[in-house]
Design a protein around this ligand. Structure first.
Ligand code: SAH
Length: 214
């Protein structure tokens, strides 16, 4: 995975490559698909959601420009893989998921793996509100795509701070946007096109076509 899909496509960031070498991705995918765990493709994790492809996880992690000890908010825990990568890079991770079953499965996975609970804190709820009780965050990473940048997340950025978020007015086509906050001023820059699952919630898309009970 490292040689072919990451380094082979020009990724050179050592701390990200090291984290992607150290975190066993096969423990985050459904058992029946373990043979595909190190291919460069997203895989279904149930409830219409998916674990992102390794190349995109690496790109998002690089764009975050993370340093050890930083406090990071992740919106969209899903399998927990991206959270594990951030924790492996030395971040203190606060990750929120809206689907109870996925939240529970990720918590159980980290418990079994013996992940330190101080390194990854998991929450259940609508992540478009962020986690005001734990703000501000040095970094915010949104791993689902919404029509706009949720206002509460902007308000929860530390100064200096960076947010990486897929934004697009089509439901499954976005550009990755990087928001910078420094000396009280915001700026934003768009980078590559991506296809994330929908960010559903108060400050995201409003109708849930995949999980109508929540
Ligand atoms: N980071 C995940 C990728 C998960 S896919 C991983 O590494 O596996 C995106 C996830 O975002 C899905 O699990 C989806 O349920 C979740 N999501 C979508 N809208 C959300 C919201 N408003 N708050 C929290 N999670 C949300």
């Amino acid at each position: 995975m490292l040689r072919e899909h990451l380094m082979g496509r020009g990724l050179r960031n050592l701390s990200v490559l090291k984290a992607m070498r150290d975190v066993p991705r096969h423990l985050f995918v459904p058992e029946a698909m373990r043979n595909l765990a190190y291919e460069d493709c997203p895989l279904p994790i149930g409830f219409g959601q998916s674990i992102s492809q390794p190349f995109i996880v690496a790109c998002m992690s690089i764009l975050l420009d993370l340093r050890p000890g930083m406090k990071v908010l992740e919106v969209g825990t899903g399998s927990g893989y991206q959270a594990a990568i951030l924790a492996s890079m030395g971040a203190r991770v606060y990750s929120i998921e809206r689907i109870p079953e996925l939240h529970k499965a990720a918590a159980e996975r980290f418990r079994r793996m013996g992940t330190e609970s101080a390194a990854i804190n998991l929450f259940l709820g609508d992540g478009t509100f962020g986690l005001p009780d734990y703000a501000p965050f040095d970094r915010i990473l949104v791993t689902a795509g919404g029509p706009d940048i949720p206002e509460p997340l902007v308000m929860q950025m530390a100064d200096p701070g960076i947010m990486v978020i897929p934004v697009g007015n089509e439901r499954n086509r976005q550009r990755i946007v990087r928001v910078f906050y420094q000396n009280g001023k915001y700026s934003a820059r768009a980078s590559r096109s991506v296809s994330f699952v929908e960010l559903l919630g108060e400050h995201g898309w409003h109708t849930d076509r995949t999980h109508p009970t929540f």
